[in-house]
Write a protein that binds this ligand. Structure first.
Ligand code: HEC
Length: 445
């Protein structure tokens, strides 16, 4: 038997025997046997709470961690991914403002999982009561389905791609005049992904009446349902309504608030399919929207914050930066808002494949800072507490890109050579964009 294999309670006793002394009498409270973590009592509750939403049979996580044998096999990989913070996926850094619905692990839960691996990933007793009890993740009450945003077909993603980005056009009134029959406000919404194995993210955009024909043309011009779209629906003046990413939950605003959807608007639902795990079943994703027709006291909407014309990423530059800023007072003036402050509720940062870091700030305070941008893990972040920005403060956005030879995308099996990259919707284009979700008093027309 190796010394290290002895249980900690035996160890002092053995030492005293070796040194020939009688074991000293010790006060009982000093020698707490240190707890050996096991799967059923300790690790399973942690894995179930933080990992198995994605890492179960048929989930987006590529493999299951939902049984003892699976979790044991992945032990060292779990350790490295959890220690590096890469898993569970939650890109915002801790200097961001506190965010709701975070996937981040509580430090003590992380420690339990690491201790279990350190203790040899033991199984324990399947019938024992869990020692570790973690409150379930917070979920808002689901929306009433007043309006269903439905792709209308089961879409088979393109197997030739590893990632298929598809935009589906949804007209809520296709047989009538087209578009929303009257002004409406969305109070709650939830995306119901159609196939957990391949759905990587979903965004529902509102397309105003003036741009409806343009997206319908894109749909008509491409074979199959919908059209290819990487960044967004590919037209101007769209606004981000609701989104979903694995582990994500729906949205519910307070009774006084609503997200405006103007008469004549249609919707585009963008779905990013990760085809790696394709089970051949296709996807039909639906979003339920709870609608109110009475004008709410406050409007909630997303302002796109960007300076597309100025984005120039030189060929070969390993750390190109775009920094943009705007005084909050100017936003208030342009939107003709009353008062001298804006209330920010959410932040949705967006770049493409060359992006490495992105930070949305007011003054020196990062609202959401992402130090290691991952295109595949983007979503809208809801602030725990709304942030009030005063007219004399400055809203800023800083985006970093790596456009060196090492970091070029592989297209059609060929690694690209660096070229100057500017703003655009395509895979080879970039964006430096943050949707700022604000809440403002509704001014009657
Ligand atoms: C929101 C979904 C999601 C959650 C939650 C999640 N994972 Fe993952 N995990 C993935 C996906 C998807 C991948 C594949 C790589 C990628 O897309 O980043 C992955 C990859 C991994 C890998 C393999 C990494 C590699 O280098 O091959 C490990 C190990 C892992 N996850 C462990 C965990 C653990 C442990 C937890 C919980 C503490 C967890 N994951 C939570 C989705 C998730």
């Amino acid at each position: 038997m190796r010394l290290s294999a002895l249980s900690p309670t035996l160890f002092p006793l053995l030492l005293s025997l070796v040194s020939g002394c009688a074991p000293k009498e010790e006060p009982a409270q000093m020698q707490q046997p240190s707890l050996v973590r096991d799967y059923y009592q300790d690790a399973k509750p942690v894995l179930d709470r933080y990992c198995n939403g994605c890492h179960s049979e048929g989930g987006i996580g590529h493999f299951s961690l939902a049984s003892y044998s699976a979790a044991k096999v992945y032990g060292s990989l779990i350790k490295s991914q959890v220690e590096s913070g890469d898993m569970p996926p939650w890109p915002p850094s801790s200097d961001s403002l506190p965010l709701r619905y975070s996937r981040q692990m509580a430090p003590q839960d992380k420690q339990i999982l690491l201790d279990w691996i350190k203790d040899g990933a033991q199984e324990g007793d399947p019938t024992a009561k869990p020692r570790v009890v973690i409150p379930p993740a917070e979920v808002p009450p689901p929306p009433r389905a007043d309006l269903k945003i439905d792709m209308g077909v089961t879409y088979q993603p393109n197997k030739k791609l590893s990632d298929d980005y598809r935009c589906f056009v949804i007209d809520p009134n296709p047989s009538g005049t087209g578009g929303m029959p009257e002004d409406a406000w969305v109070r709650a919404g939830a995306v119901k992904p159609g196939n957990d194995a391949i759905d990587h993210h979903v965004i529902v955009f509102v397309i105003p009446a003036a741009s409806a024909a343009a997206v319908k043309k894109k749909d008509a011009d491409e074979a199959g349902p919908g059209y290819t779209c990487l960044g967004g629906p590919g037209t101007n003046n769209t606004s981000f309504l609701i989104g979903w990413a694995p582990g994500g939950v729906g949205v519910r605003l307070p009774e006084t608030d609503g997200m405006p959807v103007k008469k004549g608007s249609i919707f585009v639902m963008q779905v990013h399919y990760n085809v790696h795990n394709d089970n051949g079943k296709g996807d039909r994703t639906v979003a339920d929207l709870e609608i109110t027709k009475t004008p709410p006291q406050y409007l909630v909407y997303s302002l796109p914050f960007a300076n597309p014309d100025q984005l120039k990423i030189p060929a070969g530059d390993a750390d190109a930066v775009q920094y943009i800023s705007v005084p909050v007072g100017l936003i208030i003036k342009q939107l003709k808002l009353p008062g001298n402050e804006i209330t920010i509720q959410s932040v949705t940062p967006h770049m493409h494949l060359l992006g490495t870091q992105i930070s949305t700030m007011v003054g020196n305070q990062p609202l959401v800072a992402i130090p290691k941008w991952k295109f595949h893990w983007q979503q809208s972040y809801l602030l725990q507490e709304p942030f009030v920005a005063k007219s004399d403060q400055v809203l800023s956005l800083e985006c970093h890109y790596n456009n060196s030879a090492d970091n070029q995308p592989v297209i059609g099996g060929v690694k690209q050579t660096p070229r100057e990259v500017t703003w655009g919707e395509g895979t080879g284009d970039e964006m430096c964009l943050s949707f700022i979700g604000i809440r403002v008093p509704r001014v009657s027309p």
